[in-house]
Each structure stands twice: as C-alpha cells, then as structure tokens.
Design a protein around this ligand. Structure first.
Ligand SMILES: N=c1c2ncn([C@@H]3O[C@H](COP(=O)(O)OP(=O)(O)OP(=O)(O)O)[C@@H](O)[C@H]3O)c2ncn1[C@@H]1O[C@H](COP(=O)(O)O)[C@@H](O)[C@H]1O
Length: 106
C-alpha cells in the first residue's frame, strides 16, 4: 500500500525536471546537491531546536520538512526510500541475530 511518503517521493521524481519557476523541487534540484544537503542539515537543526523546546507541533512540521528534503536528496543521488527501508530491514535482521547470540545457551 502506498502511503503519503511514497506519494511524495513519486511527486519529487516527477517534479525534478519541471520548470524551476513553478516548482520548489525543480528550483532546489537546479541549485545542486550541496544546496539540497545544506537544506537537510538546516531542517535537522530546526527539528533539534523544536525537540529541545518540547514544542510538539513545531517538531511535527520540522520533521515533515526534514523528510521532504531528505527525499529530494535521495532522489538526487539516484537513491530511494526503498533503499532506506532495505537498510532498516537488514538492521532488524542483524539485531535479531545479536539478541539470539547474547542469550545463554540452554
Ligand atoms: N513537502 C513539500 C515541502 N516542504 C517544504 N517545502 C518548501 O521548502 C521551502 C523551504 O523554505 P526555506 O525558507 O527553508 O527555503 P528557501 O525559501 O528556498 O530559502 P533557501 O534557504 O533555499 O535560500 C519552502 O519554499 C517550502 O514551500 C516544500 N515544497 C514542496 N513540498 C512537496 O513537494 C511537492 C512538489 O512541490 P513543487 O516542486 O513546488 O511542485 C508538493 O506538492 C509538496 O507535496
């Protein structure tokens, strides 16, 4: 099932080559990877500030900004949210193995 992040990712892929005058994704993409990466860093810092202030409403907005800009960065690198999912799935497997290995033998 496709969720809002999947739909956003598809929109970002579609908009990368749109008119920078009418699309933020196209405008940011045209400014280059370093600029996209800088935006990811800025949004992460804004999320950190909201979290430290325990401002939940602001944290939700900044979290959305961070995920949006991260998805733009992944697209620019030819990566996708599925690559992140695969890494998380891999870690889940590894973590399960580590847990089993640490159990005392019966
Ligand atoms: N989720 C977002 C989204 N979140 C934030 N932003 C934009 O991100 C920008 C961040 O503002 P900032 O002041 O931090 O950045 P800035 O004004 O560009 O200034 P600089 O720091 O870059 O110099 C704003 O212009 C927001 O509108 C977004 N722009 C687009 N989307 C999604 O992307 C889709 C495609 O958008 P377009 O490419 O514009 O069609 C939209 O339908 C939305 O779903």
């Amino acid at each position: 099932m496709r969720d809002s992040l999947d739909r956003l990712e598809q929109t970002i892929k579609d908009r990368r080559t749109a008119d920078p005058g009418s699309s933020y994704v196209a405008k940011l993409t045209a400014r280059g990877r370093a600029k996209i990466a800088q935006k990811v860093g800025e949004e992460a810092v804004e999320l950190v500030i909201a979290a430290i202030a325990d401002d939940k409403a602001e944290a939700v907005k900044e979290g959305a900004d961070l995920l949006f800009h991260l998805t733009v960065l992944l697209a620019d690198m030819g990566l996708s949210l599925d690559d992140i999912r695969a890494e998380l799935d891999r870690r889940e497997g590894v973590s399960g193995l580590a847990e089993k290995a640490s159990r005392p033998k019966e």
